[in-house]
Design a protein around this ligand. Structure first.
Ligand code: HEC
Length: 180
């Protein structure tokens, strides 16, 4: 083995060791191991029983159906223009931006807008309509609801906000779909 090769190996090994050491130190600093019971009981307080909740396999999205009837369409309009307006237009015949125009989206099939390049993930659902709950799941967490989507939006965590927003999307039609 040439000296050069040895040097390369030594460099790689050193880098690896440094990396591991940094990792260990980091873990010590950031994840201190907590004792199961506190060493000192203050004021006789019972140590909290840390009942670890079982992590659900997939975080369920809170349904919006019960919220839709009383949803605030005006608030939804404001939210839509603030949160989605950088990529979407909402008017009839509006141009596509980074995302497709959303006029008539509620009840329409996935990936239905002419002249917009959808992801394969969305095109694969071209036979499925955008129901209220499909929109709810997508807007709550686009990448979880549709792995592979090209929509670069992190999601709207509040069910009330999603209900308001989707109630507004419903109005973007000459013939709004009946509320569920
Ligand atoms: C950063 C840009 C961006 C933002 C912000 C964004 N979107 Fe999108 N949106 C996209 C893109 C890109 C697509 C196409 C996704 C695909 O084909 O996978 C899309 C697709 C969609 C679709 C499916 C349309 C169809 O015809 O199938 C809906 C519904 C939608 N967006 C709603 C929203 C709503 C509501 C918001 C705001 C809460 C939002 N989007 C915010 C970029 C964005």
């Amino acid at each position: 083995m040439s000296l050069e090769t040895n040097k390369v190996f030594a460099a790689v090994l050193t880098a690896g060791v440094c990396f591991m050491t940094a990792g260990l130190i980091g873990e010590l600093l950031v994840y201190p191991k907590r004792p199961a019971a506190p060493a000192i009981a203050i004021g006789g307080a019972q140590p909290q029983q840390a009942a670890a909740p079982a992590a659900p396999a997939a975080p369920a999205v809170e349904p919006i159906t019960p919220l839709l009837a009383a949803a605030n369409v005006e608030n939804g309009r404001t939210l839509a223009h603030r949160q989605c307006g950088s990529c979407h237009t909402f008017n009839e015949g509006g141009r596509h931006g980074v995302g497709p125009n959303l006029w008539g989206i509620v009840g329409a099939n996935h990936a239905r807008a002419e002249g917009f390049r959808y992801s394969a993930a969305n095109q694969a659902r071209a036979n499925e309509p955008w129901t209220f709950e499909a929109l709810n799941a997508f807007i709550a967490n686009p990448r979880a609801a549709m792995p592979g989507t090209s929509m670069g939006f992190n999601g709207l965590a509040s069910a009330q906000q999603r209900a308001d927003l989707i109630a507004y999307l419903r109005t973007l039609s000459a013939n709004p779909v009946p509320l569920p």
